[in-house]
Ligand binder design. Structure first.
Ligand code: NAD
Ligand code: DAU
Length: 361
């Protein structure tokens, strides 16, 4: 069987980590289709830029003709779909791109894959997989003592981002149910780790702390997320690709529920030791409470029992070991941070945070 896979969105945070580990593990050739939006960055793939097993293609998942050409040319045994607009706050400012990529784009991708899969020989049809990378946000928000999300939890997305991801999950489900396309869907909690774009909480706080900027906490900071180190997510996706049952959904999480304020305080304590402020004060002095995110989900929690029991996947990192690696990576890769925080990033930060009443230096 041909071990070539097509990955979409492989220049972004999770996609790049996935592609890098796939190549490092020698699992086969990756054709990496990415539109290179503000979140896509070829610098993430620098380590494999001359590796013949990595073929980068600049393009859009909504371009069905391009997809048909790539599928015919490379005859992949799987397609893994990471490509998406992924930031909740941006979806509140401007939902249209989210509908275009996450819904319309996924639809075109599914159509191209269905046509390709339909003409494969029996053995290839049987082994082929379309894996759709999704999020726990599709399930909506939990109360403090509610049970964590299982795969059968009703969908109740609350933001334009999560609604667009929910729509794409439903399309994937329908393509399995109606056409028999061998799909897999993973719904994962909040990732963190290397190459995380500094618009998201953890890399934003590390970046702002070192830059002497405020550390913006939405509302009271008591919202809870479940955190998973990105390489654990990549390992879960590999395991689902390898052994997941076609048509099934697998929830992926770190069993690490933490309120936002606790995450920020932990980061401040770590930086106080690893990179003390010149004035000897704690980075915690930079914490600033700002206007809340509209419709802010209170709590996400993933019940990852199914993937543990059926596929034997469990996270390797604790929050303590994962956050240690993450902070270390950011301190060692300040040039990467500098490059991604120039240009468009500045406009986003100015617009979004000054609206919330934060004074930027
Ligand atoms: P990201 O924003 O860092 O990267 C998205 C990538 O997709 C970028 O490289 C971008 O250029 C590319 N892209 C965007 N639109 C495209 C299009 N139309 N065609 C081709 N490429 C396009 O996102 P991420 O955080 O790496 O998330 C990857 C996937 O995982 C997303 O589907 C997201 O919903 C899901 N997810 C993310 C998290 C998380 O915590 N980050 C958690 C669970 C699930
Ligand atoms: O749960 C999985 C999801 O996690 C993914 O599907 C999304 O793609 C990913 O962006 C992430 O969504 P969140 O909204 O949870 O992540 P974010 O890092 O934006 O915010 C984490 C929490 O921190 C959230 O409760 C909002 C809060 N926050 C965020 C920012 C950027 C702040 O308090 N201040 C901030 O400046």
């Amino acid at each position: 069987m041909n071990q070539t896979i097509i990955v979409t969105g492989g220049a972004g945070f999770i996609g790049a980590n996935f592609v890098l580990s796939w190549i490092k593990l020698g699992l086969g050739t990756v054709v990496n289709l990415d539109k290179l939006t503000y979140a896509g960055n070829l610098e993430n793939l620098e380590a494999i830029q001359h590796n013949p097993q990595h073929i980068f293609v600049h393009g859009d998942i909504a371009d069905q003709a391009l997809l048909a050409k790539l599928l015919a040319e490379y005859q992949p045994c799987a397609v893994v779909n990471f490509a998406a607009e992924s930031h909740v706050d941006r979806s509140i400012h401007g939902p249209e791109d989210f509908i275009q990529t996450n819904v319309v784009g996924t639809f075109h991708l599914l159509e191209a894959v269905r046509a390709y899969w339909g003409q494969l020989n029996e053995e290839h049809r049987h082994n082929f997989r379309f894996l759709h990378v999704s999020t726990d946000e599709v399930y909506g928000s939990l109360g403090k003592s509610d049970a964590a999300f299982t795969e059968t939890h009703a969908y109740a997305p609350n933001s334009p981002y999560s609604a667009s991801k929910a729509a794409s999950d439903h399309l994937v489900r329908a393509y399995h149910h109606t056409y028999g396309l061998p799909t897999l869907t993973t719904n994962c909690s909040n990732n963190y780790g290397p190459h995380h774009f500094p618009e998201k909480l953890i890399p934003l706080v590390i970046h702002n702390a070192l830059a002497g900027q405020p550390l913006p906490i939405y509302g009271n900071g008591q919202q809870i997320r479940d955190w998973l180190y990105v390489e654990d997510h990549c390992a879960a996706i590999r395991r689902v690709l390898e052994a997941g049952q076609a048509g099934e959904v697998y929830n992926v999480g770190g069993w690490n529920e933490k309120p936002n304020i606790e995450i920020v305080r932990t980061l401040c304590r770590m930086l106080d030791v690893k990179k003390p402020r010149a004035d000897g004060k704690s980075y915690a002095e930079q914490i600033t409470f700002v206007e809340d995110r509209p419709g802010h989900d209170q709590r996400y929690a993933i019940d990852a029992t199914k993937i543990a029991n059926e596929l034997g996947w469990k996270p390797k990192e604790t929050f303590e070991s994962g956050i240690e690696k993450t902070v270390h990576w950011y301190l060692e890769n300040q040039d990467w941070v500098k490059n991604v925080t120039s240009g468009e990033y500045r406009n986003w930060v100015q617009t979004h945070y000054t609206e919330r009443g934060e004074e930027l230096a």
